[in-house]
Design a protein. Structure first.
Length: 59
């Protein structure tokens, strides 16, 4: 459960950065949700893959 929360937080952080940057540059409001998902999904997946060995090692 702890690992799932960490993956979720990594995705939320990436989405937050994307929303902040898109708002800062004045992007269309229709683009912001797409940008947030486009950032959150790959970051969460990469984080999950990169930390998979840590979860397996701890049992």
């Amino acid at each position: 459960m702890r690992r799932a929360a960490a993956v979720l937080l990594a995705g939320l952080a990436a989405a937050g950065v994307a929303v902040g940057l898109l708002t800062l540059v004045g992007a269309s409001t229709a683009l912001i949700p797409t940008g947030a998902l486009g950032a959150a999904i790959p970051v969460a997946l990469i984080y999950a893959v990169m930390t998979a060995a840590e979860g397996d090692a701890s049992g």
